[in-house]
Structure formats: C-alpha cells, structure tokens
Design a protein around this ligand. Structure first.
Ligand code: BGC
Length: 706
C-alpha cells in the first residue's frame, strides 16, 4: 500500500480546499432518519460518500456486508446470494472457502454498483451471549485472523474495497455506544488485536471500520491508542479508518486517527465537513492531517483497483456459481455434535419421519441487523421483536428461503414425512411416539443491537425437545443458532447437529448431512460452555440496567457502563477453560464425522510443525488437524498454533505442514514481542481438550517489534 499512498498524495495535492472534505464524510443512504438528503446516485444502502469526479475519484457506494450483499429492508427491491453466518464459516476451518465466499459476495456487490463492502467482521467471541456472535468467526485469534484475511482477499479480488470491522473489542451489543471495555495493552495485543493484525496482513483491506464501544475510556472511533498507535504507527496501516454508523463523538476524532465519518445523520453533528475544513484552514497541522485523511481514502481505492476499474450498476451475476459456494459453505460449516448408536445418517428403512419446529417448512433462520441478507423472494418468515423505533425493521427474526422440510421430503417416499410447527408440544410428542425418527429444528435467534440474556433455546423449545425425546428417544436435534446454547436434553436425544444460520444452501446441506450424502466436517470455532457459570462474567454487563436499544446510545450523557476483559485477559474461550481447569460441554475444535481419523507423528521446532492425518474409517471425509501450544515451562498456556482441513479417502493418509506464527508463543512486552526462554510443549488435538502426542521444544529468548 506504500506505493499507492505516494500516488494518492499527488492527487491530494491537486485538491481545492472544499474538495478535501468530500471523501471525509458519508451518509446513511437509507431513508430511516431525518438529516442529509440522499442523492440519486446513492444506491439505497448503508452508505454513500460523494467523490471528486474532476480528479477521477468516484463516489463511494457502500453496502453491508459480511454474509452477502445486504437486503437493506428490501428497499432496493433486489436480492443476493445469502451465505451462512460468519461463525459457520469459522466452523469450516477452510481458508480457500473463506476466499471463495468473499469472492462471490464481492462479485455481486460490484455487479450491483457497490465499490465498498462493509465486511470482515473480526471481533473475537468473548461472550457467547453477544448478539453479534453469529456475524463473527470465532473465539481464536489465529482462526479468526486467517479466515477473515482470506475472506477479505476474496472480496477485494473483485477490485472493490472490503473493510475489516469493528476495530476493536466490540464484544457486546448492550449499551454498544458507551460500554467501556477495560483491558490491558498486553492482553489486547495477544488476543483481539492479534486477530485484526493477522486479518489485515493477509487481506490488506482498503479500510478499517472502528467500533462503537469505548476502550479504556476512549471512544473506539476516537481512540488515539487504537487508531494512531496500534493501527497506523505499530502496524503501518496505510488505508483509511471509517467510523461505524453513529460512532463519532466529535471533530477531535480526526486528530486521534479517524479518517472518515460514516452515516453522519446518526452522529450528534456533521463534524467532518465544514467544521473540519475550518479547523484545517486555521492550523497547518490540522491541514496536514486532512491531507493524510484524503490520501488514505484514495490509497484504499488505488490499492484495491477501484480507481482504475470503477464500478457500474447492472453487471452480470453468476447466480449458480455463487449458490454453489453458499451450499458448500453450509455443508462444511455443519458440526455433528452427538451421534449415539450411529443414529445418523438416517437409516434407509426409517419409514416415518416427523419434522418439528423451527419454521422448517418455510426456511432457515438468519441473524438480524445490518448484515441481514435474502435470496430471491425476500424473507420466508418475518417476526419483528417490536414495532418501535426507526430501526425496528432491522431487529426482526427472519427465515431465508429454502425449507429443510422440502429437502427432507424430496429424499423420502411421499407421505412418509409429517410436520408440526412445534409451538405446542402435545401434538408433536403424540406423533413422535408413532414415528420411526423425529427431527426437531431448534432455533436461537440473535441480532445486532441486542444480546441474549442466557443460552437457553427461547420460547419453551428446551421443554418441547425434552417432551418429544421422552416420547421417542430416536430424536435428532438440528440447531440453527448464532452460537453456543445449553442442551439440558442432550443425554436423552440420539443426535445433534449444529447448522448455525446456514444461508440459502442450508436446507439442502442439512438434508445432505441427515441422509449421509454429506459427511459432516465442521469443527466448533467457539467453546460450548456447560453453563454460563463457566464464563468469565456472570451476566452481560448492563443487560439488566438498560432496555434493548438498537442504537445503543447512552440514556444520559453521563451513563456509565464497564466491561472488564482483564478478568480473562487474552485467555478467552478454550484458553479460559484451560486456565480454569474446567471442561466444556463441547470444546473448541470439536466435531464428529461418519468416518474416523487418527493423527500422529508430530514433529516441531517451534517455528513450524508437521504431522500425519489418516482416515481410519470406511468412508471419505474431512478432518481438521489442530496443533496447540499447551504449556510453557510446565505452566498451562493453551494456544491454537496451526490448523489444516484435509479431505481423505478411507485408509488414506497425508502429511500436513503448518507454520507457527511466533506471536502465538510470545508475550507482548509493551513495545514488541518476546519469546521467553523455556520449554514449550506442543500437542496434536482433535479438539482443544482431546490432546494427543506432545513434543517439547527448548526455545531461546527472542524479542522483536512488528
Ligand atoms: C454496524 C456495522 C454496519 C453499519 C452500516 C452498524 O450498525 O455496526 O457493522 O456496517 O451499521 O450498516
């Protein structure tokens, strides 16, 4: 990006003063709140920033998002390929697929005339009750950084900009604009910031979107620490920082590293136009900053190819190719959690199947908020949380088209598959007793703007499953959830599959797994706790104090809300469990298959590792080889340091090589990284808790800066 920045500076040198505050301020291009007029050329989407046509700089046309070109409440009247949730992508552990998914979404964005995709959700899952857990990849910095990096690279392979967001530590929705995250520099660098760092290195996003929340007292989009120090100084980032929508507290954000105000109608004022220009004209340092802000936006456009190859509306979309990616991603993201007595794949002689619940006759669940996407036809079912407020349309439980019931029926003789909505369980339980097998679709809807208060399945679904399983133990539960849920009925059901929000290919993918056409290969990218008492915090801070509010504004200017991430520090998820010596319900990295695998022959010098994976079962399948650091000088310290998804025929084996990122072994020392001298133990794992052969390596002390 350095060369692009130099070129960008020559363009900025030709700008008239008033032209310098065009790229710095954008609007929400949807008619939801009063304020700026929405120009014709804006495309009814999340954002629009006017260009400087005289200098060949196009307007920025911005759309969400990470899971497909966003539906934007249907206001554009178009549709897009609906990909699985981010967490489902995490479960694939598949870098190539992350790229392919990004490429497909980016291609649709370009064809629709968008040159900026608000994608790249890279926040770590610090709390599974976070309403946006479904949008993000995982709880692990390496997995998140690598997958999001390749995903961004895929988006940008279309010569458009992708963001990476929300920088940083945006870990809960409750009070999202004022929650003040407490975390040490060391802990942040070794966890959440590392995920972003790896993602930026791989993906080279044209833009970084800063976050709503505060970090150690500073507003994320006005954080000198995050924006100037970490991102621009330490990591040498040359693209631009855009704000999240309504996240700018004042003009001073510009001096602290923010380059562009987005969705300005949602902020207290339009700081980044006339006010910014006046400040720059009065002070040469501010003028230098303004020039840098412009140069950075233009750098992002040059480096990704937008400037050379401008977008236009009306491009062709290869719907079939993109649908194939969506289906493959859904298939590879599904995690088989339980399969007692090989209940799955379904026996060919199962003559009567009862399907219950989850709107399985209509579609598959998706997550709410700005990332909402729909394939042709729009929502199959829409169930708003409420009808109040400008953003209520975004907080609506929506099912994407493609009904699992149809996909199941297509695979069985007519009349053999019954369906009950499951709203009441008496009919479902009575029919369950008369059926060979029961497939219950259980849903946990999550949305941007609202956290869940616990991990139960809402609307009495846990009780319904228990009642159905009591009537017929050959019950299979298909979970469509945004993240981990409790399973009080687990021991009483035969099988459980976690399908997440599987997108438009979900129905076929789920049926494929149930009937054995697809051998499940997903692995959990997030720890499923036994109960919320295992989490670092008993509750989501503020959950009881503040009423749900999509905007997340402080009820009064002096409202205070703190979340203490120093409790777990950089040890979140499986790292926390290792530190607390507690066992998960299902650990990170866990997932069953219809075949079996063995791993062996781990060799490592601490810089790279190799090992062998073998399919020891009777059918082809895929597994994810995982290498963990487990201890340093005998002290427990768990880190995923390498992973690889491989497909193997029965009896086949392969040797896998992984590079070990030294930052995963190191401590942040305040200015850089230090690997302390000592004995580092590495182990192969089929998940974070099921560890096999280990190897000890003596490493010398080493320090470096990024
Ligand atoms: C979300 C962002 C999104 C933006 C624009 C915000 O509410 O936090 O992820 O890109 O809106 O829709």
């Amino acid at each position: 990006m350095d060369a692009a920045y130099e070129e960008a500076k020559t363009i900025v040198a030709q700008m008239q003063p008033e032209e310098k505050v065009r790229l710095t301020m954008g609007i929400l291009a949807l008619p939801l709140v009063p304020g700026a007029e929405i120009p014709e050329e804006a495309l009814m989407s999340a954002g629009f920033v006017p260009g400087v046509p005289r200098l060949g700089i196009p307007a920025l046309t911005e759309t969400d998002g990470p899971l497909g070109v966003a539906y934007a409440l249907g206001l554009r009247g178009d549709y897009a390929t609906a990909m699985p949730a981010g967490i489902a992508m995490g479960a694939t552990f598949n870098r190539d697929l992350a790229f392919a998914q990004g490429h497909a979404i980016g291609a649709e964005a370009r064809a629709k005339g968008f040159n900026v995709l608000l994608a790249g959700g890279a926040n770590l899952a610090r709390d599974p009750r976070n309403g946006r857990t479904f949008e993000y990849i995982s709880e692990d910095p390496l997995l998140t950084g690598q997958l999001i990096g390749w995903n961004i690279a895929g988006v940008q392979s279309n010569e458009i900009v992708s963001t990476i967001k929300h920088f940083a530590l945006n870990g809960q929705e409750t009070g999202r604009k004022f929650v003040d995250v407490q975390i040490s520099d060391t802990a942040a660098r070794e966890s959440d910031l590392l995920a972003f760092q790896i993602g930026i290195e791989i993906g080279q996003p044209g833009s970084v979107m800063c976050a709503y929340n505060r970090v150690n007292g500073e507003q994320g989009c006005a954080s000198d620490y995050l924006l100037n120090k970490v991102l621009k100084q330490d990591w040498g980032y040359r693209g631009w920082v855009m704000s999240d929508w309504g996240a700018v507290p004042g003009l001073y954000a510009a001096w602290n590293g923010l380059d562009q105000q987005s969705g300005s109608q949602l902020d207290p004022d339009t700081f980044f136009d006339d006010e910014l220009l006046a400040a720059a004209e009065a002070d040469s340092d501010h003028m230098k900053r303004l020039d840098d802000m412009n140069a950075r936006v233009i750098t992002g456009l040059i480096a990704t190819g937008v400037l050379e190859n401008p977008v236009a509306t009306g491009g062709d979309i290869d719907w079939d190719a993109n649908a194939a990616v969506a289906r493959k991603a859904a298939e590879q993201g599904i995690v088989l959690l339980r399969n007692e007595g090989n209940a799955l794949p379904l026996a060919a002689n199962a003559e009567s199947i009862l399907v219950v619940g989850g709107y399985a006759d209509s579609g598959v669940l998706s997550g709410g908020g700005s990332s909402q996407t729909h394939p042709e036809g729009g929502p199959a079912v829409s169930r708003p949380l409420s009808d109040s407020g400008a953003f209520s349309g975004f907080i609506s439980e929506q099912y994407q088209r493609g009904a699992p019931l149809d996909a199941i029926r297509a695979r069985k003789p007519e009349g053999s598959v019954r369906f009950r909505p499951g709203r009441y369980s008496s009919d479902a339980a009575a029919l369950a007793a008369q059926s060979d097998v029961v497939i219950v679709f259980a849903t946990q809807w999550m949305t941007e703007g609202v956290d869940v208060s616990d991990l139960s399945l809402p609307d009495g679904q846990d009780a319904a499953i228990a009642r159905i399983a009591a009537a017929n133990p050959n019950t299979i539960v298909v979970l469509e959830t945004g993240g981990p849920v409790d399973m009080p009925w687990l021991d009483d059901v035969a099988a459980v599959i976690e399908a997440w929000y599987p997108g438009q290919g979900g129905a076929e993918a789920i049926a494929g797994v149930l009937f054995g056409e697809v051998n499940p290969s997903g692995r959990l990218p997030i720890t499923f706790p036994r109960n919320v008492a295992q989490l670092p915090r008993e509750d989501i801070p503020g959950m009881l104090e503040y009423d749900p509010d999509f905007a997340g504004n402080p009820p009064s200017p002096d409202s205070k809300l703190f979340t203490d991430y120093n409790i777990e520090g950089s040890d979140l998820g499986y790292r926390w469990n290792a530190r607390q010596q507690q066992e998960a319900l299902f650990p990170f990295g866990f997932g069953l298959s219809y075949t079996s695998f063995a791993s062996s022959d781990l060799e490592t010098d601490g810089a790279s590792a190799s090992f062998t994976l073998r399919n020891t079962g009777e059918r082809a399948g895929a597994t994810v080889g995982q290498v963990y650091l487990v201890s340093r000088d005998g002290e427990a310290r768990q880190r995923l340091v390498g992973f690889e998804r491989v497909e193997l025929e029965p009896g086949a084996e392969t040797t896998v090589n992984v590079e070990i990122d030294p930052r995963l072994l190191a401590d942040w020392n305040g200015d850089g990284w230090t690997i302390a001298e000592g004995v580092y133990s590495f182990a192969l794992g089929s998940d974070a808790e099921t560890l096999g052969q280990s190897v000890d390596v003596q490493l010398p002390e080493r320090s470096w800066t990024d």
